[in-house]
Design a protein around this ligand. Structure first.
Ligand code: FE2
Length: 271
């Protein structure tokens, strides 16, 4: 299977990058399934029914979340009713929505998506390690009937994400980090067959401070009070994501590549 994971979609520039590039990438890379981290899609903070619809219409199959999932509380009802939306699985028991979903692509192949959040410099949620452990198949994805298992680890610390990558090795197709909005140059297949990239980067305007307007963001560093209003930068967004191809026999990765197109960053496409 060929799967594209889209990094954090930030504001209108991010949504436009998804609208522009996902349909083209679907054709060019013969994609079977597309996942996007959407927690910053609505003006940089949270997601709404409208921003989710826009991403689904562009060809996204599943939207994952993170620390900004609830910034627009209207999403709670959709989070409960729409299985295509995920929030981190390590929120406390009773939190609306779900952190793990099982889906099918157009050919009936089964994909499991797991979303967790790390804890260092983040909210103190339940430990993501046993949570990931619990939801991963015991062996290769195919042995448990999955054609692919994708893990989105939303977090700040590279070490925590890398450790979770090794914990998942041999049991997930791809473990990819989100949240920092900066793509890392470490896409590779771990020894056990799990593709890994510490951070997918963002879909958004890089002439910014992690997607937000430069002036207000710098102002917040210079002058702590009063806090200036943060708005997403509105220039052309770069699409950042990760492409993974799985082996039909095992569901493990045979190929992984960072994907970047448009906007300010250098272009990268899978060979
Ligand atoms: Fe985040």
């Amino acid at each position: 299977m060929k799967i594209l994971f889209c990094g954090d979609v930030v504001g209108r520039s991010g949504r436009e990058a998804v609208n522009t590039h996902v349909p083209v990438l679907r054709d060019r890379l013969h994609l079977d399934f597309v996942i996007a981290n959407g927690e910053n899609a609505a003006h940089g903070f949270g997601m709404t029914e409208k921003t989710c619809k826009e991403m689904f219409d562009a060809g996204v199959n599943v939207i994952t979340g993170g620390n900004h999932t609830w910034d627009k509380p209207d999403i709670i009802s959709q989070m409960n009713s729409d299985e295509r939306l995920l929030r981190p699985a390590n929120y406390p028991e009773g939190t609306p929505g779900r952190g793990v979903g099982i889906y099918k692509d157009g050919a009936g192949r089964k994909i499991k998506v797991i979303n967790v959040m790390t804890r260092l410099f983040m909210e103190l949620l339940d430990d993501p390690f046993p949570k990931v452990e619990r939801h991963l198949p015991p062996g290769s994805p195919k042995k448990s009937g999955f054609d692919a298992v994708i893990v989105d680890v939303h977090g700040e610390a590279t070490s925590e994400k890398m450790a979770l990558g090794h914990v998942s090795d041999g049991r997930a197709t791809l473990l990819v980090g989100t949240h920092t909005h900066v793509p890392t140059a470490d896409a590779f297949v771990l020894d056990g067959g799990t593709a890994y990239q510490t951070d997918a980067g963002m879909c958004g305007d890089y002439d910014s401070v992690i997607g937000m307007g430069k002036e207000a963001s710098i102002g917040n560093f210079l002058r702590k009070v009063p806090r200036e209003r943060m708005r997403p930068a509105e220039g052309e967004g770069t699409f950042c994501g990760v492409f993974v191809e799985s082996d039909p026999a095992t569901g493990l990765a045979v190929k992984v590549s960072a994907v970047r197109c448009g906007g300010r960053l250098s272009e990268q496409l899978p060979e």
